[in-house]
Design a protein around this ligand. Sequence first.
Ligand SMILES: CC1=C(CCC(=O)O)c2cc3nc(cc4[nH]c(cc5[nH]c(cc1n2)c(C)c5CCC(=O)O)c(CCC(=O)O)c4C)C(CCC(=O)O)=C3C
Ligand SMILES: [Fe+2]
Length: 343
Amino acid sequence: MAYDAVVLVSFGGPEGPDDVLPFLQNVTRGRGIPPQRLAEVAEHYQHFGGVSPINQQCRDLLAAVRADFAAHGLDLPVYWGNRNWHPMLADTFAQMRDDGVRRALAFVTSAFGGYSSCRQYQEDITAARAAVGPDAPVIEKIRQFWDHPGFVEPHIDAVRAALSRLDPARRDHTRLVFTAHSVPVSMADSAGPHGGRYTAQLTETARLVHTAAAPDLPYDLVWQSRSGPPHVPWLEPDINDHLTALAAKGVTAVVVSPIGFVSDHLEVIWDLDTEARDTATRLGLEYVRAETPGTDPRFVTMVRELVQERIDPAGADRRRRLGELPMWDTCPSVCCVPPRRPS
Ligand SMILES: CC1=C(CCC(=O)O)c2cc3nc(cc4[nH]c(cc5[nH]c(cc1n2)c(C)c5CCC(=O)O)c(CCC(=O)O)c4C)C(CCC(=O)O)=C3C
Ligand SMILES: [Fe+2]
């Protein structure tokens, strides 16, 4: 299969105060998020002047990937489009069509399976192609990469670096806490062709990072950034409740590693660096947050490897990965079918 471009596909984020509300409307359209939660989240963005760091992080990744492709003789143009904010996917696909692109691979900035992290991106790609029309480029999403060394190793080093900033005298009372975005339990149950995939993959990533970074420490996988109406069950425990429980058990220091994300975007710098840190401070816990991959060269290399393994017919046999869960290039149609939403 010949490809003539790669497109980086991400979530998108506002880049000024006036962007915040229309961005949030794009994210939550038809998703039953209470207005009060939206107002709260708008405030988180306004706290940073209405600017989410995520778009700049995508620009940085784009530049790094282009440089890496060039350095390795991979002669493919790299585009960028978002699902919720400019540059919007449809505008990017129209540009690609104008440039003569016929078939492209999409690298999505989410490592995991599940509706929000995989299927929804594919649905938005399909909708954006339909908006562009019949001559829109064909777009194929690259596989999930939760156990790729280019994703896992930067997380491992980040946990080690975070641990080195803690008081060594507290090591016996230190806990490693991995976090990912909470999702509705029904969404977690329907993740992947046989369900449960979002949680299973995160559990595997957590185990891989823990084993390499700090096998002597106890660890947990917990959830952050819950949204949605209170009567709908979401994955628990929430990081803040978990910190409270840990403090009650005599833990005095935590390293928090957001393995559910690829960059330090708003849900990291607000929900962890502000809210969870405040919780920890109130509880008297020493708190260090580990970094996400961002533009770590190993992560950038991973993007190229994922492209190369799809281009090269023998590439499937050379997939680099550390875990053991089943993996596939193309999601079956029954994957991550969205649960019916209670209204
Ligand atoms: C699994 C998952 C990821 C990880 C995979 C991935 O990376 O894609 C993720 C990432 C992100 N989520 C983000 C922002 C938001 N997510 C929201 C709402 C929701 N997220 C959900 C899930 C996820 N979200 C869900 C089930 C909802 C409920 C509404 C719905 O069913 O869709 C809302 C609405 C307000 C609120 O209620 O929080 C916002 C503003 C940003 C951008 C941050 C920035 O601007 O820097 C990023 C990277
Ligand atoms: Fe989200």
